[in-house]
Design a protein around this ligand. Sequence first.
Ligand SMILES: [Zn+2]
Length: 167
Amino acid sequence: MLNIKTGTKFSLEHLRENPMKKTSDVNMLKEICKEIEKEGKVTGNHLKRLSAAFGLRFTKAWNAVKERRIKKYVFKPSGRIVWIVVGKERDYLVMPAAKFCSCEDFYFQFDKGHLCYHIIAQKLAEGSGRFDLIEEQDHFYKVLIREWKTVETKVSRKYQRGEEATT
Ligand SMILES: [Zn+2]
């Protein structure tokens, strides 16, 4: 029986993982998501492997998926897609095509191929079809992006001042 509460504790050690391992993490996540998509469901086996690979990040990602906190915004008529992971303090903007997330975890480590829990959550939500689809008109795109970005700037300023950032 899988206990997802026993995920590895997030610590600075986590940030110093070998970059080769990060690459295999990305591939593993892709692979498992492909399986989930093909099988049309998330099985215990998937959860076990994800938990082993991502620990606490997986736990947080899976909770977000279960709590239906992943939103897919499709803008019309352009067909532009933006994913939002609704966090406790704020929303996170995830752009899978650009492999981008607006959180601090991603910002400070993206060059190391680090996957933050939002990107993991987005992939899991997409693979398992567990997300809310929201359609908006194109003219809302800039408004919404500005809104999401405003929050992001505030948070990164706070982060630069050395205060603890919450995710
Ligand atoms: Zn993130």
